[in-house]
Design a protein around this ligand. Structure first.
Ligand code: ADP
Ligand code: MG
Length: 629
């Protein structure tokens, strides 16, 4: 058996230090936490080469007295804990008294510090745990810690460091979290001699978020009003239309500290269900303030993952706060036109003519007479309409519709004979939930028309709205399915037998209860065939086979938790029962639909998260036409 040796003191210290200080970002975190604890109002962080070469943190906090400086670098030296019972408190940031000691062991540290009440400050140097200089010195109030050549004496650790950029990005992430969780402190971050971030330190969370995340993201945020009680939730969440492809912009702060919590993330994401597109994630900053004595919190000192004794309570608090914010704070997405200066009055007649010749016109624009020079500056509208390759006015359905429209008075509901067309208009009114109907009549909405057989155009006091008729109707149907206790079903005159693929058949039978809840009546007919006797009432007349196959596919879809299956079936039903883009709908129906949409804030997105309506304000138009600047 090999002999057991006691490690030499230096080696043991290096190992211990390496556990506290893993990389530049962990040093930065510790140093900034110290500055915060010292009551700083301004904190500057400077790094070079990702912090591997150089880290400087300067604050205007309370400083350290001359006598205390060497002690601060001893292990287990802290001014923040006096007795074991203080350990319970997580509200004080650093509390292990190890950071300065560990850092000074694995790097070269230089310190300048001065307390406001002292005449002189202190200049201190310590390399690899060995004091090199300790003298009085003139310096400003507060503390500057400079850390050079991290891991210069621990090559094994050095090896684990990533590229400068990567380390630098981790440092950046640390600073961002600090800045957001301390809006009352003004932070400045200098990276390789460039100032890359400053925050105002005005005490407002939104200002800090704005500085850190930038205008684009923060302008999509709506506030989560400060809650009350033992679990208080506040912060900002993005409007559902601005959810992102990744979870990169998700911040959770617990009693002022950045933490990771799967529970909080799940609760926020749950609140976006049916508002955000599938596969997109909300951006948010959620601040949780809990009374430490009412909720047991377990924060690992090094890792940030946090666990709550009562996860459900936290989940509910976050879910309801965020849900309320989304419902009350969300507004319909607005169309903002390009702000290129309008060419009117600035061009010579010659330039005007030239431009008019140069720009090709699409058939749609031609038909609408928008191929005038004035429109040239705005060739690419933000909204692009999806279409197949057939030019719009060449499409069979469009031709028929237009012909039909010409026969009747403009904007009158087209005549009824055309009902024999492949598409039968659905009674949008009948399908709408009654709750949504309440104020539908009162709202002042003037119906203007329909574009591309898909988008309803209406006018209110100060805005135009473009409403996707299918998405709108789909959402109304979905809400109705969700809110009625038992979905009304309609017996088919003749039951329909539907032959399914083996796995679809199994899926349908093993989820029969769900299908019954959704208004279907289905029977096992053996041999991969089911007999459908009834369908949800809003569907009658639809192609039953398609419907069942699609429902089966939706149940089978990978990654859909069992709890969401019924919802998926509702999606299918709502979609199938909705009027379709490209199909003919009467003006009366469209008008009723528009009123319903605009009078109900819960009809903001279709069940898949696509927006139902866009708003174009009068103000925006006036700016665009140069009536207003
Ligand atoms: P801890 O923060 O856990 O107390 P540290 O090793 O980080 O341990 O710091 C040791 C002590 O040094 C602190 O308790 C504090 O008294 C003092 N100190 C460190 N940094 C600063 C600073 N920026 N301003 C004032 N005092 C500081
Ligand atoms: Mg500390």
């Amino acid at each position: 058996m090999p002999k057991i040796n006691l490690l030499p003191k230096g080696t043991a210290e290096l190992i211990a230090a390496g556990e506290v200080v893993e990389r530049p970002a962990s040093v930065v975190k510790e140093l900034i936490e110290n500055s915060i604890d010292a009551g700083a109002k301004h904190v500057t962080l400077e790094i070079k080469r990702g912090g591997i070469l150089y880290i400087r943190v300067t604050d205007d906090g309370c400083g350290i007295s001359f006598e205390d400086v060497p002690t601060a670098f001893l292990r287990h030296a802290t001014s923040k804990i006096r007795s074991a019972k203080d350990l319970d408190s997580i509200s004080s940031l650093g509390f292990r008294g190890e950071a300065l000691a560990a850092t000074s062991i694995v790097s070269k540290v230089e310190l300048f510090t001065k307390q406001a009440e002292d005449l002189f400050g202190t200049h201190y140097l310590i390399d690899g745990g060995e004091q090199k200089l300790y003298e009085e010195s003139g310096c400003p109030d507060g503390t500057t810690v400079i850390v050079r050549d991290i891991f210069y004496n621990t090559p094994a650790r050095m090896k684990f460091l990533k590229k400068d950029v990567t380390e630098g990005n981790s440092v950046f992430a640390v600073l961002e979290r600090m800045a957001i969780s301390h809006p009352e402190i003004s932070f400045k971050f200098i990276r390789d001699e460039k100032t890359v971030l400053t925050t105002p330190g005005d005490g407002k969370l939104y200002s800090a978020i704005y500085s850190v995340l930038g205008r684009e993201i923060s302008s999509t945020f709506i506030p989560v009003p400060d809650g009350e009680g033992a679990v208080r939730v506040s912060g900002f969440v993005c409007k559902p239309a601005f959810c992102r492809k990744s979870r990169a912009v998700q911040y959770v702060f617990l009693n002022g500290r950045y933490v990771q919590s799967n529970t909080v993330v799940a609760a926020v994401e749950q609140a976006y269900k049916n508002s955000a597109m599938i596969g997109k994630y909300p951006a948010f900053v959620i601040c949780l303030d809990i009374l430490p004595e009412t909720v047991d919190v377990n924060v690992h000192p090094a890792k940030t993952q946090v666990r709550f004794a009562d996860e459900k309570r936290i989940f509910d608090a976050v879910y309801y706060s965020v849900k309320n914010s989304i419902i009350s704070g969300d507004t319909r997405p607005e169309i903002v036109l390009n702000r290129k200066p309008a060419p009117f009055g600035r061009m010579t007649a010659e330039q005007y003519r030239q431009q008019a010749v140069d720009i090709p016109t699409t058939p749609v624009e031609k038909a609408y007479g928008v191929d005038k020079p004035g429109f040239a500056a705005k060739r690419e509208p933000r909204l692009s309409f999806k279409s197949d390759n057939t030019p719009f006015f060449e499409r069979k359905d469009v031709k028929e519709y237009l012909q039909n429209r010409q026969e009747s008075a403009p904007f009158d509901p087209p005549v009824e004979e055309k009902k024999a067309e492949p598409v039968v208009a659905k009674q949008a009114e009948d399908n709408a939930p009654d709750a949504a109907n309440d104020n539908a009549e009162q709202i002042s909405v003037r119906y203007i028309g329909e574009a591309f057989l898909t988008y309803i155009i209406v006018e209110t006091d100060d805005s135009l709205y473009l409403i996707d008729k299918h998405a709108a109707h789909e959402r109304i149907n979905y809400n109705k399915l969700k809110t009625t206790a038992s979905v009304e079903s309609q017996q088919l005159l003749l039951p329909v037998s539907v032959r399914l693929a083996r796995e679809e058949f199994d899926a349908v039978l093993s989820n029969e209860k769900l299908l019954t809840d959704a208004g279907f009546e289905i029977e096992d007919f053996g041999n991969s065939t089911v007999m459908v006797r009834a369908v949800p009432a809003m569907l009658s007349g639809e192609d039953v086979t398609d419907m069942i196959v699609e429902a089966a596919k939706n149940i089978l879809k990978k990654g859909v938790p069992e709890s969401e299956r019924l919802d998926r079936i509702y999606y299918t039903v709502a979609c199938k029962a909705a009027i379709k883009g490209g199909n003919y709908t009467t003006a009366a129906e469209l008008e009723a639909l528009a009123k319903k949409v605009l009078s109900n804030n819960d009809i903001m997105y279709c069940p898949h998260g696509r927006p139902v309506a866009f708003k174009l304000t009068r103000n925006e138009l006036e700016k665009q036409f140069g009536r207003k600047v």
